[in-house]
Design a protein around this ligand. Structure first.
Ligand code: HEM
Length: 526
């Protein structure tokens, strides 16, 4: 079945199976990449880290599993490797015909959308303006864990983590005045879309027949999208009307005594920035549906990825108590021990109550303190290397024929990168399957550059022009939450329960057996 592919004359495609028989075509088109990861690993052993899969006469999927090739493709030949394929029918619906950052073709629309997110929301000064929301969400999470540990013998963390990360991004997206029930409503619809992601993906295979064959599934997709619009559009309208009213309000009507109100009104939400954008296709504003797609993308991209990573980190800290103890020592070396009053006798009010009051008592490891915690940073990086939430990046399309490592990649080929394999490569990482944060403690104290702009050793956020624009925000969320969760609680394995680090594929690569643990408050409650 397998033999090296020889192209015409000198031009050779990277090696791979000669053809994938019909049944193989079906598998490659219908399954998600992560489900096919084990086949790719076998092919990598046989052919090396540069592999072609030919599907039918036209489609070529190329996989790169080598650090240096990834660097040459994504960084040195970035302009050729940064396009996306044309959207599949279901994706067209969810992305408003490729008007989202991750789906847009490499060009003017993508640039405008991506620049807006990077400068208007993810710029360090703007990220700082959301610190109140972060503090509040963290406080609610700690309170929920306190309650769970006092009423149950163990805590299942994933639902708490998911809700916390989701709340953070929702507040950044729609403004920080939302109530818990609104956040829950948004989460419910987003989760339903996410959980059905693979089922809906199957509709893209032979869409014409699929529309007839899977009529009910199509209807379900349309209905869910409609529900998403029904939830998002009123929030968008409320936010934009408030913005408009504020613009129209004469300066002297402002109540300058009410400083808190004024300061809070200044926190810019993602939706606000979308309303101001001018799209280059016809120099027009975004319509509401496009805003829904962009908000949906913002929530999908930043929530499950980060909560998955948070769970992997905490699972490793439970599994390896020495690493947890070393981290705890680092934290108290910077901020001291948690004061006995930190466990509020006056519990954090529910999300809908006054947030400022609710946070006055709560002591936290502050965001500025994180810069003094290199071991914490090393733990987060090690978890992203060992357990990257995505084992592949999103598909890249090559815009012109290009030669790499004496092989040719034809124009329009789809290229992907074996992210997990690169992080686990024994040629680059010593004992790659071990969890050893020390490997990221550089001798000179320099922080590891996760962008890969000088060299790629791992790429949990991708690399090059399509690199994840949210990487700094994700690292901040992870460091801030891990530091505080360890400062507040000692995390202890359940009796006789060895933490199982097996993986399972959902939207991201998650723990097959979600983390269950005991947590013990660091200060006595009595
Ligand atoms: C641990 C958390 C995260 C991980 C592991 C992660 C990983 C990734 C990866 C692998 C890609 C694809 C890169 C490529 O196609 O080459 C990506 C793209 C993207 N991510 Fe993230 N991400 C995370 C968090 C976030 C956050 C917090 C946001 C936003 C607030 C975000 C927004 C995006 C967007 C908009 C894209 C599309 C970029 C483009 O196509 O130009 N991500 N991310």
């Amino acid at each position: 079945l397998f033999s090296s592919i020889a192209g015409d004359g000198k031009k050779k495609l990277p090696p791979g199976p000669l053809t994938v028989p019909l049944i193989g075509n079906l598998i490659w088109l219908r399954k998600s990449l992560s489900e096919l990861e084990f086949i790719l690993r076998e092919l990598k052993t046989k052919y090396g880290p540069f592999i072609t899969i030919r599907i039918g006469p036209r489609v070529k999927l190329i996989f790169i599993g080598s650090h240096s090739l990834a660097y040459r493709a994504l960084v040195q030949n970035g302009a050729i490797f940064s396009d996306r394929p044309r959207a599949a029918p279901t994706s067209k619906i969810m992305t408003s015909n490729q008007h989202t950052i991750s789906s847009a073709a490499y060009g003017a629309i993508w640039r405008v959308l991506r620049r807006n997110l990077t400068y208007e929301i993810l710029h360090p000064s703007r990220v700082k303006s959301y610190s109140m929301s972060r503090r509040w969400v963290l406080g609610v999470l700690i309170q929920r864990l306190e309650m769970a540990q006092s009423s149950e013998s163990f805590v299942s963390v994933i639902d708490h983590f998911q809700f916390a990360m989701f709340s953070l991004l929702v507040l950044m997206c729609f403004g920080d005045r939302l109530h818990e029930n609104q956040i829950k409503e948004i989460e419910t619809i987003q989760r339903r879309l996410l959980l059905n992601f693979r089922r809906f993906n199957a509709l893209n295979f032979w869409p014409r027949f699929g529309k007839i064959l899977f009529r009910n599934r199509w209807k379900e997709l349309i209905r869910l999208r409609q529900e998403q619009e029904n939830v998002f559009i009123p929030l968008i309208r409320t936010r934009l009307q408030a913005k408009e009213t504020k613009r129209e309000r004469p300066i002297d009507h402002k109540d300058s005594d009410n400083e808190t109100e004024e300061q809070e009104a200044e926190v810019v939400a993602y939706v606000d920035t979308l309303a101001d954008l001018n799209l280059p296709d016809g120099n027009r504003k975004l319509d509401e549906r496009e805003m829904v797609s962009l908000c949906g993308e913002f929530l999908v991209a930043g929530t499950d990825t980060t909560s998955t990573a948070l769970q992997w980190i905490m699972a490793n800290l439970v599994k390896y108590p020495d690493i947890q103890a070393k981290l705890y020592d680092e934290i108290i070396g910077v901020v001291g021990q948690l004061p006995a009053t930190a466990f509020s006798s006056n519990p954090m009010p529910a999300m809908s109550c006054n947030r400022e009051e609710s946070m006055q008592d709560r002591k936290m490891v502050n965001e500025e303190d994180l810069q003094k915690m290199p071991y914490l940073k090393a733990i987060v990086l090690e978890a992203l290397r060992r357990h990257p939430p995505g084992h592949f990046v999103l598909p890249h399309r090559v815009t012109e024929e290009v030669e790499l490592d004496s092989y040719v990649i034809p124009k329009n080929s789809l290229v992907n990168f074996m992210v997990a394999d690169m992080g686990w490569d024994p040629k680059v990482w010593e004992d790659p399957m071990e969890f050893k944060p020390e490997r990221f403690l550089a001798a000179g104290g320099e922080v590891y550059d996760v962008s890969g702009s000088r060299e790629i050793k791992m790429m949990p956020f991708g690399a090059g022009r399509r690199i994840c624009p949210g990487s700094a925000l994700a690292l901040l969320h992870l460091e801030y939450f891990v530091a505080n969760l360890i400062w507040y609680f000692k995390w202890i394995p359940l009796d006789g329960d060895d933490i199982d680090l097996s993986e399972k594929q959902e939207f991201t690569t998650v723990m097959k057996n979600p983390l269950r643990t005991r947590i013990s408050p660091r200060v006595s409650l009595v």
